[in-house]
Design a protein. Structure first.
Lengths: 319, 319
């Protein structure tokens, strides 16, 4: 019998789940629509049936544990709490509910922490004990690993670098405050920066022909690759603020590496090169040359399921 | 035989050392002038002789370990590196040198980390696993404890909150950069804020009669206690920036408490009350009400020796 874990990625729209071996191979995978189950009990029934179905298709496999990545997840309590993009209100005791259906260890953490554990177990951080993963998507998520463990803090919600304030009285943030890191260093942040640059700069730009509501980080990166002056300037500014947040994080926990992940990180060297330069220029001298800025070593399209599976494997290793 | 450790606080001017039992009682204490020993070997000879002298005065004691707090100390390597305020240049292998003289476990960390361990072993953090100590003196030092361990990071120099940048392009810092937390939230920072307020405000103030070179945080706090408008405004602004740095640290590691320590913390409620208010107003909502702002529970005048001793006791517990 080959041992596997189930990795589950709960998103606002879809839930993806797969069986993953300890080398990071996804042996099989399926999905369901999260929005089809406004009642949590129905959702848990459908999800556990889905996993049981995958297992029945592979009689040579033994399920050892279940790992789940979800928004607003609390690792310490095994709950999803007040998630704005999920239908289930209040505090959902997700691991307890799941364990009643499938009696193996069930662990839960948020998406960015799952990404960090994925990096540690299957990706570029295999031999690292101190590193940070920044997921640069609609917002900015972060998973912080110190001394080989994800930082959860007193509340279970630590690692919210996206909501550290980098520009006092800066851009309005969805959290109700101003100047948060994620309002600049994310795919959405890049779009906002382009809108600002369009107001400040007089240069011609292909981005002037796209309505604000249709601007995406992908279109901006494509324009930057063609040397569009507004796109280039916006990416440079994004890298500057990203570096600023990185420099402050380094003064806090002195990681060996920062991994960049998610939509905006797809910009590749157009983002990485200026980010590295700004980090080098602005880092506290005691940390100069001590921190690598790296692309994630986990394949983007499978990262969420792999991260959740890594969480489960990591938990089994601890016990 | 009663077991004790030696706690040593190496300062730029003086070195204080004492024998400390596991309840935090300093049984005896002595000091030497650090500046009398520009050669490290002579310093180590004098310091070890000093400790041996203390031991010879107490034949009922058994020395179990030595803990040392020093500027620019690297816990991981046991070295003092490039300390600007010490005569010994380059990288000093302090624990190795000391261990050759007195053959017990020798551990070294920087002053702020020693303060954090002192808080955990003898002070207000006895039952806490996640907290931060901020030492608000000439600069701002920080000791960060996560999951019961001091954060050292990949390099051994983690926990430099004083050099996270809180105001982009703000005040010049001794580190060569601008806007560092310690240029605002420290005794020196308060003096700088008073100078700024004297330029901005037109109100009468007793502080206008003191030359800039003679302004101290103590004089400013005394004036604030008498409702001097400039002193009150300066303390309020200092609390605001202090809270700002605290709020960002909470988003990082979600501690149970922040302990304030050092000269500026002597301001008491004049500083603590507005700091708590600003933290409450500006903290990320998920962390609201989860973090206490506390005065250190370690007596200020003995804190450095107790912190170094706590480091030694803590190390013995680990092994």
């Amino acid at each position: 019998m080959k041992e596997v874990v189930a990795g589950i990625d709960i998103g606002g729209t879809n839930t993806v789940f797969g069986l993953v071996d300890n080398a990071g191979n996804i042996l099989c995978e399926n999905r369901l629509k999260t929005t089809d189950y406004p009642k949590i009990n129905n959702y848990i029934s459908a999800l556990s049936a889905g996993i049981n179905n995958l297992m029945q298709g592979h009689t040579d496999l033994k399920l050892k544990a279940i790992g789940i990545g979800a928004p607003n997840a609390n690792y310490l309590k095994g709950t999803i709490e007040l998630a704005p993009n999920l239908a289930w209100k209040g505090i959902v005791p997700l691991t307890d509910l799941m364990k009643k259906k499938i009696d193996v260890p069930v662990v839960l953490t948020n998406d960015a922490n799952a990404a960090a554990i994925g990096e540690m177990v299957f990706g570029g951080a295999k031999n690292m004990k101190d590193f940070i993963v920044l997921t640069l998507g609609t917002g900015l998520g972060s998973g912080i690993v110190i001394n080989g463990d994800v930082v959860y803090g007193h509340t279970g919600f630590a690692g919210e670098l996206g909501h550290t304030i980098v520009i006092p009285e800066g851009r309005d943030c969805g959290c109700g405050r101003q100047g948060c890191f994620e309002t600049y260093a994310s795919a959405t942040g890049l779009v906002r920066t382009v809108l600002y640059m369009l107001s400040e700069m007089r240069e011609e730009s292909s981005l002037r022909d796209i309505p604000a509501s249709e601007l995406t980080s992908k279109k901006i990166v494509e324009a930057a690759a063609l040397k569009d002056p507004v796109a280039v300037e916006a990416l440079d500014y994004t890298a500057k603020i990203l570096a600023f947040g990185i420099v402050n994080a380094v003064s806090f926990s002195s990681p060996e590496a920062i991994f960049l992940f998610g939509g905006l990180a797809q910009a590749g060297e157009l983002l990485f090169a200026p980010t590295r330069e700004y980090v080098d220029q602005n880092i506290q001298s005691i940390f100069k040359g001590t921190v690598k800025i790296l692309a994630s070593g986990v394949p983007e399209n499978n990262a969420a399921v792999l991260g959740a599976a890594a969480l489960a494997w990591n938990e089994l290793k601890k016990s």
